[in-house]
Design a protein around this ligand. Structure first.
Ligand code: ADP
Ligand code: UVW
Length: 288
């Protein structure tokens, strides 16, 4: 490759925080702001910064542009990016869902619309990015409306070495009962969990080989991985289009659903389903 033909250097950068939601020319100040996000991306930001610094040194006369993984998710509605924690604490410490793998979800959703021969703004997709890091994204008319990764890339699907969703109290439990420090819990959940923690392998080809060889742990690991994916796909599908008849009411079932209970079953814009008097616990199923 003739390097003199280069006109610009693009850098995939993990976290744009609330500062960056569009491609941004990198200067020293931008580099410093990216560095501030390091605690939110311990696996990625140090590598991103090393790449930026090496490339800026090698090509000092070219513009360097940061493309942020979080940018595509800047369209998340407030109800999707808000965690149900104390508002003041969340605001003070920037605790909210950002979402990642944005370039991948944007590309796949647009390409899907193109292959279907339909305009992007008319197509709704659920995109699964299944690499070492893994995430799901609900894309409505070309815009990200929900995604499985959160404040950091730890939340959501089971990944190569990351746990994805766990009860947040697991971290407190490990700190209190095992005496683990925040850094140790961070390392456990980011580097020694997921498929690696469940099966001993982070590479799916190794997991598949172990399943073929009869490993129970590998089979269970794969089942956990797939179950989590089904859960997210079902979640996003239900958000867009709730099932009209299959539902379970727990508690106070005889009251007519109001407010949140009604909206949980029928988001704005969805067509109404006929509500049925229900017992305290009533499940209606379609015949097989
Ligand atoms: N042909 C394949 N069959 C099954 N899994 C594969 C195959 N190729 C790659 N993978 C799995 O995809 C994951 C890595 O995906 P990749 O997109 O390369 O990761 P990254 O997120 O690091 O870019 C690994 O778990 C790997 O085993
Ligand atoms: C955000 C993330 O998980 O990225 P990767 O898949 O490259 O690890």
């Amino acid at each position: 490759m003739n390097l003199s033909m280069l006109t610009v250097v693009g850098h995939r950068v993990l976290h744009g925080g609330e500062e960056f939601s569009a491609p941004t020319i990198i200067d020293d100040a931008v580099e410093r702001t990216i560095a501030q996000a390091a605690p939110l991306g311990p696996l990625h930001i140090p590598a991103n910064l090393a790449g930026i610094s090496a490339a800026r040194e090698a090509f000092p006369n070219l513009p360097h542009v940061a493309i942020f993984d979080t940018a595509f998710h800047s369209t998340l509605p407030e109800e999707a990016y808000t965690y149900a924690v104390d508002r003041r604490v969340a605001a003070e410490h920037g605790v909210r869902r950002y979402g990642f793998h944005g370039t991948s979800h944007a590309y796949v959703s647009r390409e899907t619309a193109r292959l279907m021969g339909r305009p992007t703004n008319e197509v709704n997709t659920i995109v699964l990015h299944l690499g070492n890091g893994a995430s799901a994204c609900a894309v409505k008319g070309g815009l990200s409306v929900d995604t499985s990764m959160g404040l950091t890339p730890l939340e959501g699907l089971v990944m190569g070495t990351r746990s994805g969703d766990v009860d947040p109290a697991v971290t407190l439990h490990l700190a209190r009962t095992a005496g683990m420090t925040p850094d140790e819990v961070d390392t456990l959940l980011n580097r020694h969990s997921g498929m690696m923690g469940l099966t001993g392998y982070s590479d799916m080809r190794d997991v598949n080989a172990a399943i073929e060889a009869g490993s129970h742990e590998a089979k269970v690991g794969m089942d956990v991985y797939c179950r989590r994916i089904r859960g997210y796909v079902g979640n996003y599908y239900a958000q867009a289009r709730p099932p009209r008849r299959d539902h379970v009411h727990c508690g106070r079932g005889r009251e007519r659903p109001r407010g949140p209970r009604r909206r949980a079953r029928r988001p704005r814009g969805a067509s109404a389903s006929r509500s049925t008097p229900s017992a305290t616990l009533a499940a209606r199923r379609r015949p097989p």
